[in-house]
Design a protein around this ligand. Structure first.
Ligand code: ATP
Length: 393
């Protein structure tokens, strides 16, 4: 099946044939008994920024390495710009890969590192000079052309690695956790720059990361992977606001979970410490069946007087307060083990202190209900691995 997309010049074209499209068809890769990639299909449009997001071991890198040609699939096909690339070596696929480890040649200057691939291809010297200069301009490293990699910071080395890939003018750039070794501030700066470079060049980017913030902020679409398959493929807004499963909800952004049973009228989830009533009738789980309701911390408000209604309310005790700059986080405990997080803008944040009894409330529109998924998170607050953890008293 093919879909219509915009190519670099902005005209309608068939996604199968446009330069820079990637079509993955029923791809499977096994290592012994381990299925690393499991019957995965995916179409990436020309000029798209697509991230493969998921926890360690879900098959992101293996998928990328098969597109690059470093690994061969056991089944399935990969088409780049409409052509099957199975059996073709990496250098004949019109793709380049940027890895987390920059792997620059230490004995060569920055310019020589960037020029190396073109020299191997016997590109004329004047053309090499021009292409190296413009690639270094793109990553703002021209003034460092004569330095050696050891004289550069990690961020600068990664820019050179990017220039070295871009100089080949690939149709598709594959990036495997390229910002993983950088500190947080530099990482955020590089995210913005990478996105800018990608939109200016119109090259297809396939970006592997386990950092949900990074994937959401940069991508046109995000493929959330789980056990070698894609659990959800959508734009960032949809992934965040309408996750298809408790797994995606827990992995992307922070989440409070309440395990309970759907009420007989199919309109609420009766949990141990609260009745959660979404805006609409629960369609995903039948009445009387176990379900997992979820509310994000930014939608949980805290009040110090008992509200009139007893739905979408939970009474508890504040056991932690932390300042996160623009927001404040409150950790509120119910019963023995259950606790949820509320995150409020700092100016509006109520001055509840550790030990206070409070009521957590949330609007029906912020409640999402999922079938219980034994392999995903348990009830209670779930924090993805890449967000900062709350300090408790
Ligand atoms: P990470 O974020 O940790 O890199 P990932 O999502 O990229 O994880 P992969 O590296 O693709 O995951 O690995 C998927 C599965 O395949 C894992 O269970 C891993 O142990 C296994 N695997 C990957 N490469 C090999 C290999 N060369 N030999 C054996 N098993 C492998």
């Amino acid at each position: 099946m093919s879909t219509t997309s915009l190519n670099r010049s902005g005209t309608d074209t068939d996604v199968d044939d446009a330069t820079g499209t990637v079509r993955i068809e029923r791809l499977t890769k096994r290592y012994g008994d381990q299925v690393a990639v499991d019957d995965l299909s995916l179409q990436i449009q020309a000029g798209e920024f697509l991230s493969l997001l998921g926890p360690s071991g879900c098959g992101k890198t293996t998928t990328l390495r098969m597109i690059a040609g470093f690994e061969q699939p056991d089944a399935g096909d990969i088409l780049i710009s409409g052509q099957s690339v199975l059996g073709r070596p990496p250098y004949k696929r019109n793709v380049n890969t940027v890895f987390q480890a920059y792997a620059l040649f230490p004995h060569m200057t920055v310019a020589e590192n960037v020029a190396y691939g073109l020299q191997q291809k016997r590109v004329p010297k004047t053309e090499i000079r021009e292409r190296v200069s413009s690639s270094l301009d793109m990553v703002q490293m021209r003034s460092f052309a004569d330095r050696r990699p050891t004289q550069l910071s990690g961020g600068q080395q990664q820019r050179v690695a990017l220039a070295r890939a871009l100089v080949n003018r690939p149709a598709v750039l594959l990036l495997d956790e390229p910002l993983g070794a950088l500190d947080r501030q530099l990482r955020e700066e590089m995210q913005l720059e990478l996105k800018l470079i990608q939109s200016q060049l119109g090259i297809t980017f396939v970006f592997v990361t386990h950092d949900q913030g990074e994937a959401l902020s940069m991508s046109d679409r995000v493929a959330v992977m789980r056990a070698g398959r894609i659990e959800q493929l959508a734009d960032s807004d949809t992934i965040y606001s309408a996750p298809v499963s408790a797994y995606v909800a827990a992995f992307v952004g922070q989440q409070n979970f309440f395990d309970g049973t759907v009420t007989a009228d199919g309109r609420a989830v009766q949990a141990a410490h609260a009745v959660l009533r979404p805006a609409e009738r629960i369609g995903s789980v039948a009445p009387g069946v176990q379900a997992r309701a979820a509310v994000r911390p930014e939608f949980v408000d805290i009040v110090t007087e008992a509200p009139a209604s007893d739905t979408n309310v939970a009474e508890g005790r504040v056991i932690g307060v932390s300042h996160l700059g623009e927001t404040m986080q409150f950790l509120v405990q119910f019963g023995r083990e259950m606790s949820i997080i509320s995150r409020r803008p700092t100016p509006d944040a109520l001055r509840a202190a550790v030990g206070d009894t409070v009521w957590c409330t949330w609007r029906p529109e912020s409640v999402r209900v999922f079938p219980v998924d034994e392999s995903a998170a348990h009830g209670g607050f779930v924090e993805p691995p890449t967000t900062r953890s709350i300090r408790t008293a």
